[in-house]
Design a protein around this ligand. Structure first.
Ligand code: BJW
Ligand code: ZN
Length: 247
């Protein structure tokens, strides 16, 4: 793939890089995206699964759905896009991943500065006393939702559902890193879910060079400085190869 000289110049002189990622970066690991042709929301209604009232109405069904997704995630691993992003840390001192994904694959690839805006599927908490449980605390894999051993409350996945607030400190830190970045890559996201989608927009407003990597144009395509259309698992390693040539 040939890259624009302007982009290569930005990459060469950048000190601080942010990767803002979404479900598309994990598609090549076999984890379905939410929207689009093969997206989860094509078959299942978000309002029946990804909100608190749905959980209260049918906790076992929602719990089982998350256990199913967790099984898919556990059986796969990071793909070349996650790995390339983690490797950027070898070439730049200030690399941050701000992800909407809950699949933990950036951590598993070796990225060390990851802000998870929508939570993490491996973590859980009690809806009543807020006690936190990780997957190894006790049997979490069954089809029925477990109860808190402190207060008996229902345990839910530590994921931000529709209508819920994002973790404020995580959002604020991610936003700040993006606004102070020299380049902000927007990888594999439809950029339609807010407030997460404000992050790349804020980065652009603050002067960061915005680069989109996606298989197709999105809401943010008209705003970015440079679009690279193709699979993240193919494009991100090629960008890393360019970086290696600078050394
Ligand atoms: C590839 C590829 C390959 C594929 N390579 N690319 C302001 C304006 C409008 C609406 C709102 C607003 N503020 C709030 C809202 C409401 C709502 C919202 O944004 N709705 C919009 C959908 C209209 N937001 C909220 O409710 C948020 N909370 C909130 O605002 O709280 C404040 C509040 C409190 C009380 C009352 C009112 C407000 C919370 C949002 C939480 C989002 N949660 C989800 C589900 C989590 C559950 C779960 O995981 O099960 O998070 S939604 C879902 O979308 C998930 C994702 O993180 C998120 C983003 O999706 P993403 O990652 O972009 O995936 P896709 O599928 O959309 O796109 C994939 C992309 O990849 C595509 O572009 C493909 O082309 C591409 N692709 N293969 C490269 N190989
Ligand atoms: Zn409890």
């Amino acid at each position: 793939m040939l890259f624009d000289n302007d982009f290569l110049d930005q990459l060469r002189k950048a000190k601080s890089i942010v990767f803002f990622t979404g479900a598309g970066i994990s598609a090549e690991s076999g984890i379905p995206t939410f929207r689009g042709k093969d997206g989860i929301w094509n078959k299942l209604k978000p309002e029946e699964l990804a909100n608190f009232n749905a959980f209260l109405k049918n906790p076992d069904m929602v719990w089982e759905w998350y256990q199913h997704r967790k099984t898919i995630i556990n059986e796969t691993g990071p793909n070349p896009a996650h790995v390339a992003i983690a490797e950027f840390e070898k070439y730049y001192n200030d690399v941050t991943v701000v992800t909407q994904n809950v699949d933990n694959l950036h951590h598993r690839a070796g990225s060390t500065h990851v802000f998870e805006l929508h939570g993490n599927i491996e973590k859980n908490y009690c809806i009543d006393c807020l006690e936190r449980f990780d997957d190894t605390t006790f049997e979490m894999t069954g089809k029925t939702v477990p109860h808190c051993d402190k207060c008996g409350g229902l345990i839910r996945p530590d994921i931000v559902w529709f209508g819920e607030f994002l973790p404020q400190d995580v959002f604020a830190k991610g936003e700040q890193k993006a606004e102070n970045s020299d380049i902000c890559f927007v990888v594999g996201t439809s950029a339609v879910v807010y407030p997460a989608a404000y992050i790349p927009l804020g980065a652009k407003r603050a002067g960061s060079f915005l680069v989109e990597v996606n298989i197709e144009p999105t809401e943010i395509s008209s705003t970015v400085d440079y679009s690279l259309f193709g699979k993240a698992g193919e494009i991100m390693p090629q960008i890393l190869e360019q970086v290696k040539l600078f050394i």
